[in-house]
Design a protein around this ligand. Structure first.
Ligand code: SAM
Length: 213
């Protein structure tokens, strides 16, 4: 993601009530942060936050946690909530490779991966957020029958993802090779990358995968 470096992004983030400074403190206790027992949905690599803030406003009965690696990007996402506090939304700056620092077994009902970096070189495939080691992490924190929803514009990454999900024994459903011309288009919430790619006429791929114990 190309973004100008925002000096002092880490410091600036502390001003935003949606930002969680010490997210590991809430492992197994996120209901205390949200002050309710509603299901938790997590987006990994939320970018500038359009998707997750739209969902959080639309579904107040779900708690949403957005995880993003880069402080300057999380800041852009948190800034979306500046004039519109959203109580069921939390932003976390963290590396998803350490997801189990943040969540206990079965704490999450759904994970979203939207337009994750494709890492095209074979030697970098282990960095893909749908590589088997990541899928094992997701299994640890998802409830039985918890869901993983993946969207991408990258055909190679999508094919790789379907294979990894199959090997990890996720059950797949609602697979589409052209989301915007599918029955799932009506409910679809756009991300920043999705808007850009689809404006260029690129097809969007999507799968829902169910975590079987
Ligand atoms: N999901 C957004 C969208 O669709 O507009 C952003 C997509 S962007 C290509 C991928 C984002 O994932 C970047 O903001 C990147 O910093 C973040 N990311 C990559 N690896 C990550 C990781 N291991 N943990 C958390 N975030 C990560």
């Amino acid at each position: 993601m190309r973004l100008r470096n925002i000096p002092g992004a880490e410091q600036a983030l502390l001003e935003y009530p949606t930002f969680v400074e010490q997210p590991t403190d809430y492992k197994t206790r996120w209901h205390e942060r949200f002050q309710n027992d509603h299901p938790i949905h997590v987006e990994i690599g939320c970018g500038k936050g359009r998707f997750i803030t739209t969902l959080a406003a639309k579904y107040p009965e779900i708690n949403f946690i957005a995880i993003e690696l880069k402080a300057e990007v999380v800041l852009r996402a948190a800034q979306r909530t500046e004039h519109r506090p959203i109580p069921n939304l939390a932003f976390v700056q963290y590396n998803a490779a350490q997801l189990t620092d943040l969540f206990g077994p079965g704490e999450i009902s759904r994970i979203y991966l939207n337009f994750s970096d494709p890492w095209p070189k074979k030697r970098h495939h282990k960095r893909r957020l749908t590589y088997s080691s990541f899928l094992q992490l997701y299994k640890q924190v998802l409830k039985p029958d918890g869901e993983l929803h993946v969207k991408t514009d990258n055909e190679h990454l999508f094919e790789f993802t379907l294979n990894q999900l199959s090997e990890a024994l996720f059950q797949m459903r609602h697979i589409t090779f052209d989301l915007h011309h599918s029955p799932f288009a009506e409910e679809n919430v756009l991300t920043e990358y999705e808007e850009r790619f689809s404006a260029r006429g690129q097809r969007i791929y999507r799968v829902e995968a169910i975590c079987r114990p």
